[in-house]
Design a protein around this ligand. Structure first.
Ligand code: ATP
Ligand code: ZN
Length: 293
């Protein structure tokens, strides 16, 4: 009898592919590449990576073909416009961040969603756009396009577009400006509706905990410093995203304590300057390699 293997659906190639593999490697899962195009084996755990187009990931996971999947929130929201997405999402992964925005030609007059009344809007996200238009009380025609949405206004196919934007360079190159934010997105870990088979439960839990640890330690820092007791509150307030710091006595000193804190975000030089001005000394900022909450 073959041992059962957990399946994680990931984008085969594209904007999420590399970061998904980095997350998997960061969780200590060793990927054996090249054996099979569709399936990568994890050599040190009973796990396979199902490598597919991102558009197929929500369905594969919903159908239980894969127990877990890594996909853009935008793709999930488009796929299941009426579902409770939060119940499918295990965790947000902090990468693949982008926004779905309305954009119009630079010379168009735009005074808010109402300016779209009666217009034609090209998009690859008809469901998300349809909901947004409804919420804004706007009647417009949605022109569904698979790609090259940004050329639609120039080709007179549409008056406006609703497309993914990260830097805005593509819009600029096509003589357009972004207006309203329709959806903010990032990669999310999604799960099948049914619990994993009992013999895979511990692997499933391990993967989820480790992914959470990798995501949490991404950019997180460990800060150590000495603080005079009289400025302790102020100093703690200055440490960014510090959650319940540890306060310890300093040998031979009653007027100062040692503060250790995990910061969920990067700590910049100007923060160190402020800490020093507030009386902190011996400040150390260390990278965090692994974390398990
Ligand atoms: P596939 O071949 O898997 O269908 P695709 O062409 O649909 O890929 P990609 O362009 O690789 O998709 O983007 C995958 C996801 O990356 C998007 O759905 C989105 O969640 C995210 N993303 C992050 N930044 C951007 C961006 N600037 N433009 C488009 N997508 C982005
Ligand atoms: Zn796609």
């Amino acid at each position: 009898m073959t041992t059962p293997r957990l399946r994680i659906a990931v984008q085969k190639s594209g904007r999420l592919a590399d970061r998904s593999l980095e997350l998997i490697a960061g969780a200590g899962l060793r990927v054996l590449k090249g054996v099979n195009e569709l399936l990568y084996r994890i050599e040190n755990q009973p796990i396979d990576l199902l490598r597919v187009r991102d558009d197929d990931i929500p369905t594969f996971v919903a159908d239980g073909v894969a127990e877990l999947g890594i996909v853009g929130y935008n793709v999930l929201a488009e796929h299941f416009p009426d579902a409770d997405l939060e119940s499918q999402i295990v965790q947000r992964l902090g990468f693949g961040k982008c926004t779905l925005k309305i954009a119009v030609p630079n010379d168009a007059v735009y005074e808010g969603p109402q300016s779209l009344e009666g217009k034609r809007i090209a998009t690859s996200y008809p469901n998300i756009l349809g909901k947004w238009l409804k919420n804004n009380g706007v009647n417009a025609t949605i022109v569904e396009m698979r790609g090259a949405v940004e050329v639609a206004p120039r080709m007179k196919i549409a008056h406006a577009i609703c497309d993914l934007v990260s830097t805005g360079a593509t819009l600029e190159a096509n003589g357009m400006k972004a207006t309203d934010l329709v959806l903010s997105s990032e990669a999310v870990l999604i799960k099948a509706p049914h619990a994993p088979p009992a013999d895979l439960e511990h692997i499933y839990d391990m993967v989820v905990h480790r992914f959470d640890g990798v995501t949490a330690s991404n950019g997180a820092k460990y800060v150590m410093l000495n603080a005079p007791r009289e400025h302790l509150d102020e100093i703690i307030r200055l440490i960014p995203g510090a959650d319940a710091p540890t306060i310890m006595p300093l040998a031979g000193r009653d007027d100062a304590v040692a503060v250790h804190a995990v910061c969920q975000e990067n700590v910049f030089w100007d923060t160190l300057d402020k800490l020093k001005s507030a009386g902190a000394s011996a400040i150390l900022v260390l990278p965090i390699e692994k974390m398990m909450r």
